[in-house]
Ligand binder design. Sequence first.
Ligand SMILES: Nc1nc2c(c(=O)[nH]1)N[C@@H](CN(C=O)c1ccc(C(=O)N[C@@H](CCC(=O)O)C(=O)O)cc1)CN2
Length: 292
Amino acid sequence: MMDTRWIDGKAFAARMRAEIAAEAADLRARHGLEPGLAVVLVGDDPASRIYVRNKVQQTTEAGMRSLEHRLPAETTEAELVALVEALNRDRAVHGILVQLPLPRHIDSARILATIAPEKDVDGFHVVNAGRLAVGLDGLVPCTPLGCLLLLKAFAPPLAGARAVVVGRSNIVGKPMAQLLLRESCTVTIAHSRTRDLPEECRRADILVAAVGQPELVRGDWLKPGAIVIDVGINRVTDAEGKARIVGDVAFKEALGVAGAITPVPGGVGPMTIACLLRNTLTAARRQAGIAG
Ligand SMILES: Nc1nc2c(c(=O)[nH]1)N[C@@H](CN(C=O)c1ccc(C(=O)N[C@@H](CCC(=O)O)C(=O)O)cc1)CN2
C-alpha cells in the first residue's frame, strides 16, 4: 500500500503570505507604494461573507490596503457597473475583486468585463484569459495558480506528466489546463459528458478535480502514485446529521493509492486567497512601473 503524502495548503499559504508581507513592506519603504485591493460583495450569501471577511483580514495583515464595498442584494447591474468604473479610475486601487456568485439578476460576465484588465486580480477578464492562452504575462486566476504552486512544490518535474483536469469552468478548469500546458504537461480536460470518466482519470499522473460534486472521484479511479489536487468545497450532511465540507475526491479511498493529495479543508482553499494577495502585489508593481 502506498504511503500517501498530505499536501498542506494551509501551511504553504501561510508561508506565501509572510513572503508577500515582506515584499509589501519593501515596496512601501523603497517606493512609498501601498497596494490597494477593493473587494465588492453584493448580497448576503453566508459563504461569500466568510470568504470576503478572510480576504479583507489577510490583505490588511499583509500590510496592504483593503477597501470593502458591501452592497445590498437588490443592487442593480447599472449601479454595480458604476461602482466598478469608479474603482477603475481610483489610483489608490490596484486590484478589484467582485465576489462570486452575484445575485441572479446581475450579468456576471458584464461585470467582469467592466473591470480594467490591469486591476483584474481574479484574472477572470477575457483579456487576462486570452493572455494566459497565448503565453503572455497577465493576471492568472487565483485558484488554479494556487494549485500550480502546490504542484510545483510537491510534484516536480511537471514536464511530460499526463494531467487530467476534471471540470471545464472558466474560473478553474480551463485556466488550470492552460497553466499545466505551459508547464509542458500532456493535458486532458474531462467533464460531465466525458465517456468513461473513471478510465480517463486512471491515466492521470496529476489529477485536478474541480467539478463541485461531493466525492465524485473514487479511490479506484486513481493511478497508483498519482498526485491529486482537490479543488471541490462541498457542504454535505453526514449520516449522523452533522454538516461538514468534503472535496470532489473520496479522500479516505484515495489514501493508500495516491502519491500525494490535498485535503479539504486545508488544501487548495487557503491558496486562493494567498494568490489573490500575490496578484494584488503584482498588479500594484506593474501599474507603478516597478519591476518585481
Ligand atoms: N471573485 C471570486 N469569487 C469566488 C472565488 C474567487 O476566486 N474569486 N472563489 C470561490 C470562493 N473563494 C474565494 O473567493 C474561496 C473559497 C474557499 C476558500 C478556503 O479557504 N476554503 C477553506 C474552507 C473554508 C470553509 O470552511 O468554507 C479550505 O478549503 O480550507 C477560500 C476562498 C468562489 N467565489
